[in-house]
Design a protein around this ligand. Structure first.
Ligand SMILES: [Zn+2]
Length: 448
């Protein structure tokens, strides 16, 4: 988001009640210290840079003893099958030529290392054997908690006690599929060879950096390799070469979130969405973010004890205009009052675009997902009859009726239904799908 000086100066001068034509100087008042004056004639423009955090990558829980979570994609890729970026070891930017001449941590040759050196034969000894956070492309890109895997983390990943590994083809791309024996989740490591100089080599294999120096031979660093019929966490490559990176997230104790300023719920949570939509901090009928609140059949405004086709009498062509629920049938508006209402499909889609990767966490012993670090959705499941289905995932109703025109790629139900978010236990990725009207779901309100 950028604004020009014209707009800003005009705004400042209007506030001061001064004519723009008369103004020659602009003063900027800092929160601490003296104001600084600038000659307006000499200013070309002022830019405000958007400082939204880089979105964290999707990851899966493979049930590994260390608690390590593995990203589902390489750095610089837009999907699991894309190899993404190539980095020299310890560098955080990609480049065209991978050589000692361009390598950040030496002075032009492998005998002039100036960082990560344990033997004076290779350069200036500093004793560092593992990448520091500033030289870890995963940490610099995604923030604390994310890093390039250690050799031990790769060893754990391919330990047969915890996972099965298969060289396979996924969407026409070859790679190694690693599947957890406990959670059933998997990751796919595509093969893309490696870069040396300006060329690609060994494209029948895949090479991934670890964050560890080889040990004893300081121009080498540990790598993980996927060969045609084997894989190894004991490989190494010259530090100058360009390899792929699959980030990991260290197991961390669930963070404490400051979700609400006080106990006067509901609060309108600002996620800086373009539409101006704010999401309620808790579900309809809930007393706190972790409280699941009431369950409703779609278009009903009171909870029931059982939710079936047989006790659902809403005629959706009466309660909705086009495919949106009318306010008198909106459980959020009825129970919480205006301006609260149920989110539309577009508002749910905007939320998903803002935060494609959710975090699973626990608040006061209640599992759920955190969206954009600010919005908590407790696990709720949904009622069918008087049974709670999928009690380990959150969801809620939107106000929008499914239509094949709106979402042609979604399976067409034989019954009528409305759109909902669909989360998967332990997975960061989430989808939008739909459910039949008569099921009992919580509702998370929005306002503008
Ligand atoms: Zn609140």
């Amino acid at each position: 988001m950028k604004q020009t000086i014209t707009l800003l100066v005009t705004a400042l001068l209007m506030m001061a009640g001064v004519q723009t034509a008369q103004a020659q100087k602009m003063k900027i008042y800092f929160t601490s210290g003296e104001p600084v004056g600038y000659d307006i004639q000499k200013i070309d423009r002022i830019e405000f840079e958007e400082a939204l955090p880089v979105e964290e990558p999707e990851y899966v829980d493979l049930g590994l003893p260390s608690g390590t979570l593995w990203a589902t994609c390489n750095i610089g890729s837009s999907g699991p099958e894309e190899v993404g970026n190539f980095y020299a070891w310890g560098e955080t930017e990609t480049k065209d030529t991978y050589s000692w001449a361009t390598y950040q941590f030496c002075n032009g040759s492998y005998l002039t290392m100036n960082k990560y050196c344990t033997d004076e034969y290779y350069g200036t000894v500093d004793g560092l054997k593992s990448l520091e956070p500033a030289d870890d492309a995963a940490t610099t890109l995604y923030g604390d908690g994310w890093s390039i895997p250690t050799k031990e983390q790769f060893e754990e990943l391919v330990n047969e006690t915890y996972t099965t590994c298969n060289r396979t083809t996924q969407n026409d791309v070859e790679g190694l599929k690693v599947t957890s024996r406990t959670t059933g989740k998997s990751i796919f490591l595509p093969i893309g060879g490696y870069r040396d100089g300006t060329s690609s080599y060994d494209t029948n294999s895949g090479y991934y950096w670890t964050k560890d120096l080889y040990g004893g031979i300081d121009n080498l660093a540990r790598s993980f390799s996927v060969e045609v019929d084997s894989y190894s966490a004991w490989d190494s490559k010259s530090r100058r070469c360009g390899l792929n990176i699959r980030p990991v997230r260290a197991h961390v104790a669930p963070p404490t979130y400051n979700l609400c300023p006080d106990d006067n719920h509901p609060h309108a949570i600002d996620l800086y969405l373009k539409s101006g939509t704010k999401w309620a901090c808790c579900n309809v009928g809930a007393n706190s973010p972790e409280d699941v609140g009431y369950y409703f059949a779609w278009g009903e405004t009171e909870p029931k004890t059982t939710y079936t086709e047989n006790n659902y009498f809403i005629r959706w062509n009466e309660v909705s205009s086009h495919d949106e629920l009318k306010p008198e049938y909106d459980a959020a508006t009825v129970n919480m009052g205006s301006p609260w209402h149920m989110p539309s499909y577009e508002q749910l889609e905007e939320l998903q675009q803002r935060c494609r990767a959710v975090e699973w966490t626990e608040i006061n012993g209640v599992k759920g997902v955190i969206i954009a670090k600010k919005l908590f959705l407790p696990v709720s499941g949904r009622y069918y009859g008087d049974e709670l289905d999928y009690p380990y995932t959150p969801t809620f109703w939107t106000s929008t009726i499914y239509s094949s025109e709106r979402t042609p790629n979604m399976p067409n139900p034989s019954w009528g239904g409305a759109y909902i978010p669909s989360f998967y236990l332990g997975e960061s990725a989430w989808d939008i799908t739909h459910l039949p009207f008569y099921l009992g779901l919580p509702i998370r309100a929005v306002c503008e």
